[in-house]
Design a protein around this ligand. Structure first.
Ligand code: PGA
Length: 254
């Protein structure tokens, strides 16, 4: 399948995997996808495993991501992790504004926008997550919700920074539920997001930004989702915890 944007598939391990389990997972994954060059592959282990996983992926095709970071530089912010600290482990990506953080840590679009800027300052590419709840979808306000999350969470980014930002559309009702958005439902929102990006930064930038889909992506539905014209990759939770499943998602997407 030909698309002029390179697919990017990222595994969000969430609050799973000890260091030794992380090492097993990354070694298993490297065995399966060592040779893949057609897709940008990213793993996002918990902070506690970044150091060890970093050693394993150095000089491979797999890149490292973090699941969150502070909007602040280093300093007196107990319990937080600064971008500079992530860079030490060659972290290239950071997931920001995941719906679980929006829900449980009450992260707002405004905070996420600050984090995205801080990530860019450190040359870490943010993966900014947006998505509606089931209630919002059923009441017909999906585009309003997603549109305002996009505008709010990406506020203040320059066009150059926008190009280096990845968006993940993750309908909240599809996360960890086994309910995937149909490829048509996903494509519809992805196309809408590209339209919003075009309003903000113009057609040329909007055409180049990569938009991932996330929410119960599995080996069996990856190909169909990735073949949609505006879907440029996946953010995978549950299925990324197993080397076979995650590698099949990657291989089935090529
Ligand atoms: P899931 O999670 O693949 O387990 O649905 C996706 C995500 O939360 O990024």
């Amino acid at each position: 399948m030909e698309k002029d944007r390179k697919l990017i598939i990222a595994g969000n391990w969430k609050m799973n995997k000890t260091v030794s389990e992380s090492l097993d997972l990354i070694q298993g994954l490297l065995r399966e996808v060592q040779q893949v060059k057609e897709v940008d592959m990213v793993v996002c282990p918990p902070f506690t495993a970044l150091s060890e996983v970093s050693r394993k992926v150095i000089d491979t095709q797999i890149r490292l991501g973090a699941q969150n970071m502070s909007e602040q530089g280093v300093g007196a912010f107990t319990g937080e992790i600064a971008a500079e600290m992530l860079k030490e482990f060659l972290v290239r990506y950071v997931i920001l504004g995941h719906s679980e953080r929006r829900q449980y840590q009450e992260e707002t679009d405004c905070l996420i926008a600050k984090k995205a800027l801080a990530a860019h300052v450190a040359s870490i590419k943010p993966i900014v997550c947006v998505g509606e709840t089931l209630e919002q979808r059923e009441s017909g306000v999906t585009n309003d919700v997603v549109g305002s999350q996009i505008k709010g969470s990406l506020a203040g980014l320059s066009s150059q920074q926008m190009l280096e930002t990845i968006i993940a559309y993750e309908p909240v009702w599809a996360i960890g539920t086994g309910k995937t958005a149909s490829s048509e439902q996903a494509q519809e929102v992805h196309q809408f997001i590209r339209g919003v990006l075009s309003d903000l930064h113009g057609d040329e930038i909007a055409r180049q930004v990569r938009i991932q889909y996330g929410g119960s992506v599995k080996p069996g539905n990856a190909r169909e989702l990735m073949s949609q014209p505006d879907i440029d990759g996946a953010l995978v939770g549950g299925a990324s915890l197993d080397a076979k499943n995650f590698s099949e998602i990657i291989l089935n997407s090529i």
